[in-house]
Design a protein around this ligand. Structure first.
Ligand code: PLP
Length: 391
């Protein structure tokens, strides 16, 4: 049975292998700080979004342990049944304070958030304008919404303005953008887009996955630009990156959040996050709000690597964040470079099409990296530069 189907997918997998686009899972055997071991070899991890090293913070770990003792390992049900706890509510209160918003809701992941929140705010009559480099979960959310979707060129305000002004629409207009683009590390022109939404009476939906904990003294991209969480702004963010835990959240007005509770399918029909995960996020957010040394360290580490990238004139994007891509003309060159870095104990894998257009090694810097770790990366980059394979 199904011979044909298996034959087809086997052939497709072979094609991916032939094009060097085949993906496979790599799991770690140990992880101590940013030091990891994979297949018995040790590396410094430059492939993690744990930008502040908070996943390993003693207080963050302790909070999860305490919550497990109180509520057990799993939550047992969706939030609307019996899956929620006091800790979920407390985290949402803290997120409101953190993001200066009226209300917030915790969701199970960033992917879940985008794929269920966008369909909850947009339908057939509406028009979504979406940056061409937006995260895959936004693209899927837009598809599920059945709204008309127009893609504007990456961060191209003129293009966005033309599309929003020239496209007739009976319903709402919604602009959706990543704040920090996950594969390029550049920042969307949020101030201009914010003003455009105001003047065009459009909703603004921002995905602050890589801005939260990093920009605006940790509070995220709105704070970075000095903008207020006005009622036309919907802020989504994750607890899985700089917060170092797992899950996501959305912030908005009371009415909006109540609407999500009553209509977002990925919220209603999925088991709530375990209280341990929620409690660790709570502890982590508290640290981000109260202790600015980690953020300072993150930017110092980033600056030290960027200096090397600039000195060596390695090809990169116009990154403004701890996401540092090194671009290559083809996958082979990127793979070769990644192997050279691997041999120096640096773990920074290649990101390939179709995830990105230009193959790259994506280096992410963390406050969890020690001075020696950064030094080791810089030396490995210098060594890489001496090989003639870079774009
Ligand atoms: C990582 C990421 C997500 C998905 O978040 P998860 O919590 O990993 O599911 C969504 N949007 C952007 C921009 C991301 O970088």
């Amino acid at each position: 049975m199904f011979e044909k189907f298996f034959e087809i997918i086997e052939k497709k997998l072979q094609q991916l292998k032939d094009q060097q686009l085949y993906r496979s899972i790599i799991d770690m055997e140990t992880a101590e700080g940013m030091k990891i071991t994979i297949k018995g070899r040790s590396y410094i991890n430059f492939a993690s979004n744990d930008y502040l090293g908070l996943s390993k913070h003693p207080l963050v770990k302790k909070s999860a342990q305490k919550a497990i003792e109180l509520f057990g390992a799993g939550s047992g049900a969706a939030r609307l049944l019996s899956g929620g706890t006091l800790i979920h509510k407390e985290l949402e209160k803290l997120i409101c304070k953190f993001k200066d918003s009226e209300a917030s809701l915790v969701l199970n992941s960033g992917y879940t958030a985008n794929s269920c929140l966008i369909p909850a705010i947009a339908d057939e009559d509406d028009l979504i304008l979406s940056d061409e480099l937006n995260h895959a979960s936004i693209i899927d959310g837009c598809r599920l919404s059945r709204a008309k979707k127009l893609i504007y060129r990456h961060k191209d305000l003129q293009h966005l303005i033309r599309l929003i002004k020239d496209t007739p629409c009976n319903g709402k207009k919604i602009i959706i953008t990543d704040t920090v683009f996950s594969m390029d590390g550049d920042i969307a022109p949020i101030r201009e887009i914010y003003e455009l939404c105001k003047s065009e009476e459009a909703l603004l939906y921002i995905d602050d996955a890589h801005g939260t904990g990093i920009l605006g003294e940790g509070h995220g991209t709105l704070k970075h630009f000095g903008l207020s969480a006005d009622n036309f702004v919907i802020q989504m963010g994750t607890l899985s990156k700089a917060v170092g835990c797992f899950g996501a959240f959305v912030c908005g007005t009371d009415i909006l959040i109540n609407w999500f509770i009553n209509s977002a399918r990925g919220f209603i029909f999925s088991t709530a996050l375990p209280s341990s995960v929620v409690a660790s996020s709570y502890a982590s957010l508290k640290i981000i709000m109260e202790d600015k040394t980690l953020i300072k360290k993150l930017w110092e580490n980033t600056q030290r690597v960027m200096n090397t990238i600039k000195t060596l004139k390695l090809s990169t994007t116009d990154t403004q964040t701890p996401i540092i891509p090194i671009l290559f003309e083809n996958i082979e060159d990127a793979m070769r470079a990644s192997n050279i870095l691997n041999n120096s104990g640096i773990y920074a894998p290649v990101i390939k099409p179709p995830t990105v257009r230009t193959p790259r090694i994506r280096i992410s810097i963390s406050a969890g990296h020690t001075e020696e770790d950064i030094e080791r990366l810089n030396k490995a980059l210098i060594n890489l530069y001496q090989q003639p394979h870079q774009a």
